[in-house]
Design a protein around this ligand. Structure first.
Ligand code: SAH
Ligand code: AVI
Length: 307
């Protein structure tokens, strides 16, 4: 397994320099993401919350009794609360996230709000193998919950690979409940990633602050600018940091040159058609059983079982 420094150096040594979006999320990055979810332009969270509130009874009926809920990239567990309030006799809630401090603080809040719930937070990078705790109460099934369209931050092959891991964790009787952002008027998408308050810009630039603080980097943060563009043909937003001058930076002992105008790719955010997502889920061994959407069909929540 490669460590973080090797991974960062490898990404920045490509002709198109890149940093994995998982490095956005130190405590400051998690807070900035939370601020993004509150922006009027960031339609994803409002649409998904509306879907959850409207259809949670349907979802709870499909999930059934005594399920173990395993959430990938749980963040503040915002949407999860709606499920937790409606599910019957949950065996365990297992939030998994890379942002340690934020995860533990969110898990504490959940414990406080749901005193009878067994909450087992797991700090892990879910793109690498990690162990799940064994709940004290035997679950009837495992339900993997993956809200927020975080699946969209993975390119096709990596997304299928991650869905395959979830397929394994769901087990024979289990399921996947996943938030999937949909293709729409590009202007709506463009606004969501170029908000007027500059919160998304601060979130994007925070990756450099995070690497400076804890991964031995020396980026001149003020010498980069946020850029987010929707590529309609590929159905994805491309987030980059644009160098404002010819400059040099280092990660640990490795130095890199970056030219004026050259970019570091920090994130893709894929937007799907229903058919496109169904095909991808199918490639990972899932069948889409139910799709719920908001009235404007901006976003979807999908219930997938093993095919
Ligand atoms: N599910 C929440 C948060 C989405 S933000 C919502 O829908 O609002 C994405 C979350 O995934 C963050 O909390 C981030 O810390 C986490 N994350 C991103 N990449 C990760 C990885 N590789 N392993 C574990 N967690 C990751
Ligand atoms: C976490 N993920 C689904 C967000 C997204 O919309 O792709 C991250 C984000 N990037 C910029 N704004 C929000």
């Amino acid at each position: 397994m490669t460590n973080a420094l090797d991974e960062l150096v490898a990404g920045l040594s490509q002709p198109q320099k890149m940093i994995s979006p998982k490095y956005f999320y130190d405590e400051a990055g998690s807070q900035l993401f939370e601020q993004i979810t509150e922006l009027p332009e960031y339609y994803l969270t409002d649409a998904e919350l509306e879907i959850m509130r409207t259809h949670v009874d349907d979802m709870a009926a499909l999930i059934g009794k005594q399920a173990s809920l395993i959430e990938y990239g749980s963040g503040s567990s915002l949407k999860t609360r709606i499920l937790l309030e409606h599910l019957d006799a949950i065996a365990a809630y297992v939030p998994v996230d890379i942002s340690e401090e934020h995860l533990y603080a969110s898990a504490q809040k959940i414990r406080h709000e749901f005193p009878d719930l067994a909450v087992h937070p797991v700090v892990a990078d879910f793109t690498t193998p990690f162990a799940l705790p064994t709940p004290a109460v035997m679950p009837v099934k495992n339900v993997v919950y993956f809200p927020g369209s975080t699946i969209g931050n993975f390119e096709h092959d990596a997304a299928v690979e991650l869905l395959r891991v979830m397929h394994g964790e769901a087990g024979k009787r289990g399921a996947l409940l996943i938030g999937v952002d949909l293709q729409k008027d590009p202007a709506i998408i463009d606004r969501a990633y170029n908000d007027s308050e500059g919160v998304t810009a601060a979130f994007n630039l925070n990756v450099l602050r995070h690497l400076n603080a804890s991964h031995s980097a020396d980026f001149d943060v003020d010498a980069f600018e946020h850029r987010a563009e929707y590529d309609e043909d590929k159905g994805r937003v491309v987030l980059e940091l644009v160098s404002q001058k010819d400059q040099t930076f280092a990660i640990d002992a490795t130095e890199f040159d970056i030219a004026d105008g050259e970019t570091i790719l920090t994130e893709y955010s894929h937007k799907y058609t229903l058919e496109g997502f169904a095909r991808m889920a199918h490639d990972a061994g899932f069948e889409v059983e139910r799709v719920w959407m908001d009235p404007d069909e901006l976003f979807s929540v999908q219930y997938c079982t093993r095919s």
